[in-house]
Ligand binder design. Structure first.
Ligand code: GRF
Length: 203
């Protein structure tokens, strides 16, 4: 299976997936790593793994529609079976999301459906929550609202800070995302209506 990864920043989740493929834990091939930010450190990480990179700089486009249209053309040129959002910090248009429905995954740093959106670590701490975590989900039109595929939780300590919490959540993310991608590329995971299905069982 052919995988296109979209990134904006650090790229640690992308790298976790790339390493899982290299180890043979995930079947598939990353055919392109595309960033909307030219400076994204993810691009250097991709280079170190010998993977092809591209930049589609959103600031060069007049609006969301124009950017998403250009991005979709670049993605589709690679004929992907799966599009992986790995820290891709752009809100996507409905037509873009619909085009990849059932073949686009995202990872979000919260136990969805709790805490969609930004600054999840600070918000969770401010609310005095006992647990936090990360979720892999199919991407649908609702922001961070698609069917959840896999989640992992961390306990929140009394002396936690957003930064410390973020670090622990990321450790979990780097285990979750390769697993979810492996399920998808091996044909075990798919989207049916608004349910994620694993081995024929609704999650
Ligand atoms: C992750 O925490 C992910 O949940 C969120 O953005 C962050 C990306 O980190 N969507 P990285 O770029 O993969 O290191």
């Amino acid at each position: 299976p052919r995988i296109v990864v979209l990134v904006s920043g650090e790229g640690s989740n992308f790298e976790a997936i790339a390493e899982a493929i290299e180890r043979g834990d995930v079947v598939g091939r990353i055919v392109a790593v595309i960033s909307n930010r030219p400076q994204a450190r993810a691009l250097a990480r991709a280079g170190r793994h010998g993977l092809p990179t591209e930049v589609v700089d959103h600031t060069a486009y007049s609006g969301r529609e124009a950017f998403d249209t250009a991005l979709a053309m670049r993605i589709d040129a690679h004929g992907p079976d799966l599009v992986v959002l790995a820290g891709f910090m752009r809100i996507l248009t409905p037509s873009f999301v619909d085009h990849y429905l059932g073949r686009m995954l995202n990872i979000h740093p919260s136990l969805l459906p709790a805490y969609p959106g930004l600054d999840t670590h600070a918000r969770v701490l401010a609310d005095g929550m006992a647990r936090h975590g990360a979720s892999v989900h199919f991407v649908t039109r609702e922001l961070d609202g698609g069917p959840v595929v896999l989640q992992g939780a961390v306990r929140i300590g009394i002396d936690d800070t957003p930064a410390r919490l973020a670090k622990r959540v990321q450790v979990i993310e780097h285990r979750l995302y390769p697993q979810a991608v492996a399920w998808f590329t091996s044909g075990r995971l798919h989207l049916s209506g608004h349910r994620a299905i694993l081995d024929g069982i609704p999650l």
